[in-house]
Design a protein around this ligand. Structure first.
Ligand code: HH2
Length: 262
């Protein structure tokens, strides 16, 4: 899953793709580099970010939605939003997946996904982006995240979303310390055992910086380590900024793991 943030303030690519031409070019590049899906977000959810309403999200997304409606985009699109109104507009323009970092907190979100026959990624977050990194605490981070994801999966199914249309994500960096993030990355088999495809987004995040001592722009090697470890642990989707490098790393990893080389 390649990332496109049409935001002025995302932590890794803020301000790079918020003009119409650069956003559409980024989608084409993500596809050409081998991503199976392009995840488009219009609200930064980095620690400390102020919330963005659906109106502003839709204003930022409009050029991309217009390109989607015009048929100029040939990679499956995921819409990264907490707002059902934004998800509805993106699904209407052809998106196939709603990536909701609040796991369906908007009461209209899960019924919308069910009605539209879309898929949904439900992510664990503790608190709100603005304050989530203020001393997050858990008694048992893995157990609490697993229980939350199971409960949100049940809520999605109750709303009419088929279980096989749900993906689950432990939410790396969303209200978690370094130790919490590492514990969750090490516990992916437990999350995968819930039975849904697992998504992991660790690309260029603070956990990579804390382990390697690198600034955001120098976190590609560390991010590749996290992507490979995630897939080894059972993740089916890795959400990344550096698509070409990740595709190559995964190709080598999978060839060795399966012995399938032509
Ligand atoms: N992380 C971010 C945003 N959306 N969605 C899922 N499912 N999993 C994640 O880990 C995840 C996510 C934050 O990363 P990014 O979009 O690069 O930055 P920002 O929130 O600053 O736009």
């Amino acid at each position: 899953m390649g990332i496109l943030n049409v935001t002025p303030d995302s932590f890794a690519d803020g301000g790079q793709h918020d003009a119409a031409d650069t956003a559409v070019a980024r989608i084409a590049a993500v596809a050409a580099q081998g991503a199976a899906i392009c995840d488009i977000g219009a609200e930064s959810t980095r620690p400390g970010a102020a919330p963005v309403g659906a109106d502003e999200e839709l204003r930022r997304l409009e050029p991309v939605l217009a390109a989607m409606r015009g048929g100029g985009i040939d990679v499956p699109i995921s819409i990264d939003t907490r707002h059902a109104a934004t998800a509805a507009a993106a699904l209407d323009a052809g998106a196939v997946l709603v990536n909701d970092v609040s796991a369906g907190a908007d009461p209209a979100m899960l019924p919308l996904v069910a009605d539209q026959g879309a898929a949904v990624c439900l992510m664990h977050m503790r608190g709100e982006p603005q304050t989530m990194q203020d001393d997050p605490r858990y008694d048992d981070v893995v157990g609490e995240v697993v229980a939350f994801l199971e409960a949100r999966l049940a809520a999605a199914v109750a709303a009419g979303v088929p279980e096989d249309a749900v993906l689950l994500d432990p939410g790396i960096g969303f209200g978690k310390s370094l130790h919490h993030n590492v514990a969750l990355l090490a516990a992916l088999p437990r999350i995968a055992a819930i039975g849904c495809p697992v998504v992991v987004g660790a690309s260029r995040k603070g956990v990579i910086g804390q382990i390697t001592g690198r600034e955001v722009v120098d976190r590609l090697p560390g991010s590749l380590g996290a992507a490979l470890a995630s897939v080894a642990g059972g993740a089916q989707v890795v959400r990344v900024h550096d698509v070409a490098a990740t595709v190559d790393a995964l190709a080598v990893f999978q060839a060795i793991r399966t012995g399938d080389v032509q």
